[in-house]
Design a protein around this ligand. Structure first.
Ligand code: TYD
Length: 210
């Protein structure tokens, strides 16, 4: 079972990941992240810091995803584990759709084609929504702003996320990131439990070939 957490910078995903460990301990989840679950992430971090050209950056994020699938996601899923990833392919569809605007003709189709055939689509994706002004306020307390963390970029990224969620309501769960951290944690942990239980039930059901 693959669960992903998505949203613009500043929505508190990383804090949530840390908080989820305790209420989900009995499910023994594998917590992972993009970028940076493997050494390829170092190249991505360098690309972000140096503001390299957008196609190079997009391809490095995709390379990081491929390495992440090979080293972490696929082995864990094959072992029947619950995997929770802080960012995943929807980050590319939302962020690189903005950075590739005007560089490739149809960035979303380009990005989807780049992933087609080898990526693994998550079972559930939690999308954390936050007013951009609030996100910027939260980010102001952090050092070393990245080029993604600009108002105009974050507004477009969040719109892209919403479009992705609307196109796939069975997978996405939208979470109000303005809510209290504990409440968010309780809600997300509960939803993950329900999803795991229903997937297990579905897998136990005998096949009907007629
Ligand atoms: P992240 O490590 O989540 O941010 P932080 O360093 O604040 O913990 O991600 C770094 C940045 O990379 C973030 O602004 C989102 C962006 N990003 C993309 O643009 N595309 C991607 O595919 C991914 C995974 C992240």
């Amino acid at each position: 079972m693959l669960v992903t957490l998505e949203g613009i910078d500043g929505t508190g995903k990383s804090t949530l990941v840390a908080a989820l460990a305790e209420p989900l301990a009995d499910l023994d989840p594998v917590f992972t992240r993009e970028p940076g679950a493997t050494w390829v992430g170092e190249a991505v971090r360098r690309a972000i810091a140096e503001e390299t050209d957008p196609v190079t950056e997009a391809l490095l994020f995709a390379a990081d995803h491929a390495a992440h699938l090979a080293a972490v996601i696929r082995p864990a899923l094959d072992a029947g584990k619950l995997v929770i990833s802080d960012r995943y392919s929807d980050s590319r569809y939302a962020y690189q759709q903005v950075t590739l605007d005007g560089i490739v003709p149809d960035p979303l189709s380009w990005l989807r084609a780049l992933h087609d055939g080898w990526t693994i689509v998550p079972d559930r994706t939690f999308l954390f929504m936050l007013p951009v002004e609030e996100a910027l306020l939260r980010l102001r307390q952090k050092n070393g702003r990245e080029h993604f963390e600009r108002r105009d970029v974050l507004v477009k990224v969040q719109e892209n996320y919403l479009h992705l969620a609307r196109a796939d309501p069975a997978r996405f769960v939208i979470v109000d990131a303005m809510k209290d951290q504990e409440e968010i944690c309780r809600f997300v942990a509960g939803e993950i439990r329900t999803s795991v239980a229903s997937k297990r039930r579905r897998m136990k059901r005998p096949r009907q070939d007629y």
